[in-house]
Write a protein that binds this ligand. Structure first.
Ligand SMILES: [Zn+2]
Ligand SMILES: [Zn+2]
Length: 186
């Protein structure tokens, strides 16, 4: 979603849009592999302009499926993707050392660490919310999803789902890192 900042009037601007299911899958590939979207990601955003700074207040909900990190059963997740941040025009960005040449090739990438977490820099008159949304979606989804907090996982011996039944295997595996210590006199 691209917004020309001139469209943002005093009362603010509301925008709602959907990110297609396939696109959500694309975003989650790599960093969050295993996640699949069950539907489009719906986003509602409110934009307000203070001078040339744009305040974005956005709420989204991603309907996702992912295998449980312990038992591999599919977990359905309605993941909120909520964020508030300020878009700062690049020429106003205070922590930014001024480039000696054209500001569009300036040191935006190099100053990443100085960038505050709730601020993003934009150039020109158009703000593009798609890369921000992409980043926020990746931040929102849990790195190690589980079907329930006390999921017992799979038996490492026979692969049985221990939430369903106790298979009776001997799962006591001595840790090879400690085996050598048996002979060490303390
Ligand atoms: Zn599980
Ligand atoms: Zn077993």
């Amino acid at each position: 979603m691209r917004v020309n900042i001139d469209e943002i009037k005093e009362a603010g601007l509301r925008r709602s849009w959907d990110v297609a299911r396939e696109q959500v899958d694309d975003i989650l590939q790599g960093d969050k592999a295993g996640y699949r979207a069950r539907g489009p990601l719906h986003v509602d955003a409110k934009l307000e302009k203070i001078d040339r700074r744009v305040r974005v207040d956005a709420h989204g909900r991603a309907e996702l499926t992912v295998p449980c990190g312990r038992c591999l059963q599919p977990v359905s997740l309605d993941q909120p993707v909520d964020f508030e941040l300020t878009l700062v025009p690049s020429d106003e960005y205070v922590d930014e050392p001024r480039g000696e040449h054209d500001s569009s090739t300036g040191p935006i990438g190099g100053s990443f660490e100085a960038e505050r977490a709730d601020e993003e820099v934009y150039t020109g008159k158009v703000v593009d919310l798609d890369p921000i949304l992409r980043e926020q979606l990746l931040l929102a989804v849990p790195g190690y999803p589980v079907c329930k907090d006390d999921c017992k996982g799979l038996c490492p011996v026979c692969g049985a789902n221990l939430n369903d039944r106790e298979c009776g295997c001997d799962r006591h595996v001595p840790d090879p890192r400690w085996a050598g210590l048996k002979n060490v006199k303390l």
